[in-house]
Design a protein around this ligand. Sequence first.
Ligand code: TRP
Ligand code: ZN
Length: 882
Amino acid sequence: MTATRTAIRRLDYSAPAYLIDRVDLTFELEETNTRVLSRLVVKRNPQTPDNVPLVLHGEELVLEYVKVDGAPLGPGTYTQTDSQLTLPAIADTAILEIVTRINPAANTALSGLYVSAGNFITQCEAEGFRRITFYLDRPDVMAKFTTTIIADKNKYPVLLSNGNRVGSGSMDKNRHWVKWVDPFKKPSYLFALVAGKLVSLTDSFVTASGRNVALEIYVEPGNIDKCHHAMAAAKKSMKWDEDRFGLEYDLDAYMIVATADFNMGAMENKGLNVFNTKYVLARPDTATDADFDGIDSVVAHEYFHNWTGNRVTCRDWFQLSLKEGLTVYRDQEFSSDLGSRAVQRIQNVRNLREAQFAEDAGPQAHPVRPDEYQEINNFYTWTVYEKGAEVVRMYATLLGRDGFRRGMDLYFKRHDGHAVTCDDFRAAMADANEADLDQFGRWYQQAGTPVLEVEGVYDDAAHTYTLTVRQHTPATPGQPEKLPLHIPFAIGLLDRRGQELPLRLAHEPIAQLVADSTSRVLELRKEVETFTFVDVPCQPVPSLLRDFSAPVKLVYGYSDDELVFLIAHDNDAFARWEAANTYASNLLKSAYHALGHGEAVVVPPQFVEAFGKLLTNDHIDPALVALMLELPSETALFEALNDVDPTRIHNARQLVKQALARELRATFLAVYQQLNDGATYRYDGESVAKRSLKNVCLDYLSELDDPMIAELLGNQYRRADNMTDRLAALQALAQRNDGETYLADFGNVWQDDALVMDKWFSLQATSSRVGALSRVQALMQHPAFSIKNPNKVRALINAFCMRNPVHFHALDGYGYAFAADRIIELDKLNPQIAARMASSFNRWTKLEPVRRTLMKGELERIAGEAGLSGDTFEIVSKALAD
Ligand code: TRP
Ligand code: ZN
């Protein structure tokens, strides 16, 4: 929690002066006083000159002693600060023995070794290991670890660490020990230890080469019946990584531990993944379809890290996207292969635009591979993860599926067992395909979302169609000028009847026209590029940026008629959804401006008709229809406007939604009733798709003040045999006057289920009904709430700040003041969580002047707090500099 105010720079990287070959750890676990004995085999890096002292990282440690080759170091021979231990130079190699004491019970930051529900848990990424013992806590120092855990037998029957279990036994004072050996070299951020009263669901997996792997999911007693989905996800992930990338698991056991107290989603520690309970525990009556999806993605993600992150790791933290962007891409592909590729893509893009595009346009904008940071924990961002995944996806788009696989194979062949860089990954992709990816490297260097301005001109006489594409990337903090990027730009052309036209560029021979030539990836490299297609029989409608082939903003002046046409005909699911999204977004923006001028909001009949047709179209996957009918979110609109009044956005969106509900009442009702078939809950693609459309219909209908709809909502709430339907009904009820009794019932029934209570907190925190802030304040006193638990904080406080625009942005400024108070309070307990909450003030310059001034005032108040953590300081000071 040291408040570092100095930046670490990527270009300052230098290789470690010392290396560590072996680590032997012995933990004697006590809640408030744990003893850690560390034996390190240290050697001087051959490149290091003589007499360079050995500087180890260490924070909040009580040092008992250090011995070098068995001899205790006297007080004058080493120096200790609050972040470092400096030892005399080592000639060649030495054995260091270090004993430290730590207090896991007092660790509210949840970084290092901490206590959760009476169990011991570690979280070492990125720099938590230095809160356990003195070490070279940087990812390019890779060592083989052995871990012995000693603890009370009754309180901690289960003792886990990385690798394989090699021995165990009993000791005095009712204690026992277990010893673990991890045969793979790893950086300290992948170390893990878990001890406690846990039970496990076990299973096994036989790898392609015939090795048997034990699968174990550890949870608190009473939760085994909620582990089956996660176990199935683990097995599917193992199989998929073999099939798609030829990658097998490499240890005798793969363990997952679920904990309720966790700063993030999950962590890929070698052989011993630690998960937030949110991404493990699920049963149809407690978890929604989205929760089940989330578990599939996160289990896959952590499992896939075993190769992309663990076997091949990052040289330094600037390379974080090397493992995160790649692993997100891999988990997205897993979900696409096992479910609906189109639905997966649209959801990923929607999320990228709402979160990452906003980040890239704000004070924290940074490249996928950042150039500097103050606190690395602030760089686990949408940009590093989601834009990083888009960058990886572009390799696959440019090189093709087989070319991408060749690149991956070469990457592992070259770098297995090493700590490498994003440039090494790009070089493997280029070399395996003899491709020129030099310019592509700019995707790692330049922040900001590129804009593509596209024009199409049809020449009637020549039967040619010419696309002109102009690219530019806006300035971002520290990067005033940008260079053109290498961009894959996928397109198609539709004729008047909606048929795809074969595509041939002016210089291409006819022979190049193959059956599937109706979709093309154009490669953009220059600021302006033109492409002339020949033999185009009539004026086409272009289908642009198909499958969202690059993370850019497309500007093309589609008319409403063209959008309606694409909604009806585009074969590319993403482009089709995008047409609906653009159409709705244009309508909402004009509704917003109408309200600003005191004018009425009108929904044109053509719009109503297009939505009505979608609703009754049996040829499209109901999940896609559901996605197309969902109006762009208030967050999406916020990003698309300037001098924003968030209340007016809310009102405009509500008026449009209500108009659609009124106009299409009969259709929504008919579709709802047809889909509400009373079938027993099943989690499979078809059932999930149908439920999603059913609940979108319900959501529109709930806007109608009509006793029949009230009854329908009540019935769905009471009769549902699953959480997806029950929560959908409750969500709608919570916005109505008749909602209170249902909310009370839900809170009562689920009071002992922490994850379900999170849903209950969020529902109330995001309600636009009057009094939301005082309700949130009251709920902070609820027995199920705790400010020390990140899930609770996210469910109640972050939900209010990020997903309740009307009340967070209330003109009296109380929403902002409340958020600032909580940031200051949390900063003393858990800086990582406080800093994330502080980013809810990032977009203050986009607001209209009154709110802008109020928000700025709160940012200044936070910045002025004495003893503010480096985490929160970095976020707040960057926001103020905007
Ligand atoms: N590596 C983890 C993942 O993406 C992220 C993570 C888990 C993390 N816990 C953390 C990052 C704590 C920073 C701090 O899978
Ligand atoms: Zn990850």
